[in-house]
Design a protein around this ligand. Structure first.
Ligand SMILES: [Zn+2]
Length: 380
């Protein structure tokens, strides 16, 4: 951030580091940030969120007109994220659900999934950190730059003064940096200030934030019963490669919905209606099994013909005989909608075949249920 004018520079720095000398005006806008008398960043966040929402509305429109996931994601990173993170080296420690909400809404639009889809799934499939984590990264990068700065620089002097007073006042910038480092298991570096080179520091905090994000993400995932299948498939917070492999938007969307548990299967819809788990059985076959993701994918006899076709196609493409693996449901599930197959090329071929099957399966299911409903209606 380039700030001209010594006096203004000092005011600006004193302000963000929590000094009181500026408590004259209620708020003033400077370099695109709203500096408020209350030392909060509410105005800044509100303005950035409003701007980002405007841009994401344009992105939604482009997606509905056929923009690809890949192109949409480039727009997200280059035109919306910079708005949401603008100046967050300064205000980034503030908790901001509104910003997280914008990210999740865009994520759902990119994936084309229901609004009810769990946030854990949205971030999981896209391999996205929370916005807070992105801001932590920026703030800690800035802190390390500050440490490396010459001691005669004004900003460094203000930092030194504030740092010595840290802990004596309510949360200021220095306390927040200290807290963030501690949350990453790097609290000792606050004392030693041994941040090393920019490159080393970047890779250290990247790894540390990734570990913290992944831990929190897994904890969140375990809380949600509807992620029964997802919990079996997903262990690492990284982007799913099927998002690239499956080019057909509709097929890709259905695969995400199947993995992520927010779909029209009875295990999920029955939950919305308050049915007990054992009652959420499949009405399309006579197996009396719960209609969950594993059932429709590997067991339900309503799709036996389509499944035979799927296994045959997979065998032609990869040499894998999935029929012979029917006894090992866990392996099958991982191979079909996870990353069970270790060879990349074969894995991609499986993803493509499964995507076709999932679409056909859901369409057939809707047709059969319609017929059953018609039958019930005429009988009534
Ligand atoms: Zn069934």
């Amino acid at each position: 951030m380039i700030i001209s004018g010594k006096k203004q520079q000092r005011q600006h720095l004193e302000y963000f580091l929590g000094l009181e000398s500026l408590k004259v005006v209620k708020a003033y806008k400077y370099l695109g940030l709203d500096f408020e008398d209350s030392l909060r960043w509410t105005l800044t966040r509100q303005r950035l969120v409003a701007k980002a929402k405007g841009r994401s509305a344009m992105l939604s429109k482009a997606l509905s007109e056929g923009l690809s996931l890949k192109a949409a994601e480039v727009i997200w990173w280059s035109m919306i994220v910079p708005v949401l993170n603008y100046g967050s080296e300064l205000w980034g420690a503030a908790k901001c659900n509104e910003v997280e909400k914008v990210q999740l809404e865009v994520g759902k639009r990119l994936l084309g999934v229901s609004k009810k889809t769990a946030s854990v799934v949205v971030r999981g499939e896209l391999g996205w950190w929370s916005m807070r984590a992105q801001r932590d990264m920026k703030r800690l990068m800035y802190w390390a730059r500050l440490i490396r700065m010459d001691d005669s620089r004004l900003v460094k002097r203000v930092y030194r003064t504030r740092r010595e007073k840290a802990g004596k006042r309510i949360s200021d910038w220095c306390t927040e940096v200290h807290k963030t480092l501690t949350s990453l298991g790097l609290g000792h570096i606050w004392d030693t200030e041994e941040v090393g080179s920019e490159k080393d520091w970047k890779s250290l905090i990247k790894v540390s934030i990734q570990a913290r994000e992944e831990k929190e993400w897994i904890e969140e995932m375990k809380k949600l019963p509807k992620l029964r299948t997802y919990q079996q498939l997903k262990f690492v917070l990284e982007r799913e490669e099927y998002l690239e492999t499956i080019m057909d938007n509709e097929q890709r969307r259905r695969v995400t919905a199947l993995r992520g548990g927010t779909n029209s299967l009875r295990i999920e819809v029955g939950r919305w209606k308050g049915e007990s788990l054992q009652d959420r059985t499949c009405t399309l076959c006579a197996k009396r099994e719960i209609e969950d993701e594993a059932h429709v994918l590997m067991c339900c006899s309503a799709y036996a013909r389509e499944r035979m076709e799927l296994y045959k196609n997979i065998q032609i493409a990869t040499d894998y005989d999935l029929n012979s693996m029917r006894g090992d449901q866990e392996w099958l599930l991982h191979t079909l909608i996870g990353i069970g197959c270790e060879q990349r090329r074969k894995r991609h071929l499986i993803q493509l075949e499964v995507a076709k099957f999932v679409e056909v399966m859901f369409r057939k299911r809707a047709r059969i249920l319609d017929r059953i409903q018609d039958h019930v209606d005429t009988r009534d």
